[in-house]
Design a binder for this molecule. Structure first.
Ligand SMILES: [Zn+2]
Length: 251
């Protein structure tokens, strides 16, 4: 592996001195490839911190434009950005955080036909979407194509987060094992749920932290549902096993 250059050595010095990171770990972060589906409250927060950590390749996917009501939680977007494309605007902002990162964006919705062409070159996929239709599609793709899927969902003060690798070991669950009864038709949007500004930020940060732990080769539990209550500051971890009847990961 090639050596880290002086600029990056200084830029990332405060994390390089951590035993679990070091120069090798920083190089892993710089060489990592992360796709973020959904550039809203979760996606902007995760993207900002992953970019600050030195992640060198991003793919940002969102077909939406920035709305005034997004600004309470979608960090990096400002009043001047209203009406602009979320994915393009986020890519421009991330470029200012790390000018050497390779950042691509897609201003379209994921479909079963396009998902493979968008996500194939990325090892870690962050599901930051707000609808079950997309979550089911991304979960199926990540299982079939052996991608690491990091998912988070928000409601008022509550966050649930999970890192999935349902293809990796027999008993690892997928998103559908957790929520066997949801379907895209039933609950098409989480749009109308209330979300506190800082709770959305923490939800994205948990995803970013899980991604960095995985990239650094640290301990990651693919069977653990994290439930964080930001009002009482309770963190619960719930063990989830593969659903033996799951139609997605137990075929
Ligand atoms: Zn499953």
């Amino acid at each position: 592996m090639k050596k880290i250059d002086d600029f990056n050595l200084e830029k990332y010095s405060r994390q390089i001195i951590i035993n679990e990171v070091g120069e090798n770990g920083q190089l892993k972060i710089i060489n990592s490839k992360i796709a973020i589906v959904g550039c809203g409250g979760l996606g902007t927060s995760a993207a900002q911190y992953l970019s600050m950590s030195g992640v060198g390749h991003f793919y940002l996917i969102d077909d939406d434009t920035i709305d005034l009501s997004n600004l309470n939680r979608q960090t990096l977007f400002t009043e001047k950005d209203i009406g602009k494309s979320k994915s393009k605007t986020l890519s421009e902002k991330l470029k200012k955080v790390n000018s050497s990162a390779k950042i691509s964006f897609q201003n379209k919705k994921l479909t079963s036909k396009t998902i493979s062409s968008y996500l194939d070159s990325y090892e870690v996929i962050l599901d930051c979407t707000d609808n079950f239709e997309s979550r089911i599609l991304i979960n199926e793709y990540c299982h079939n194509y052996k991608k690491i899927l990091i998912s988070s969902a928000l409601q008022s003060f509550d966050i649930q987060a999970f890192i999935f690798a349902s293809w990796k070991e027999d008993n690892n669950p997928c998103y559908k094992c957790l929520f066997p009864n949801i379907s895209g038709d039933l609950y098409n949007s989480c749009n109308e749920m209330g979300i506190l500004s800082s709770t959305a930020g923490i939800g994205g940060l948990i995803q970013a932290n899980l991604a960095l732990n995985y990239i650094l080769g640290l301990k990651v539990d693919f069977k653990e549902l994290l439930l964080f209550d930001c009002m009482n500051f309770n963190l619960k971890k719930i063990r989830i096993n593969k659903d033996k009847k799951c139609k997605t990961c137990n075929k």
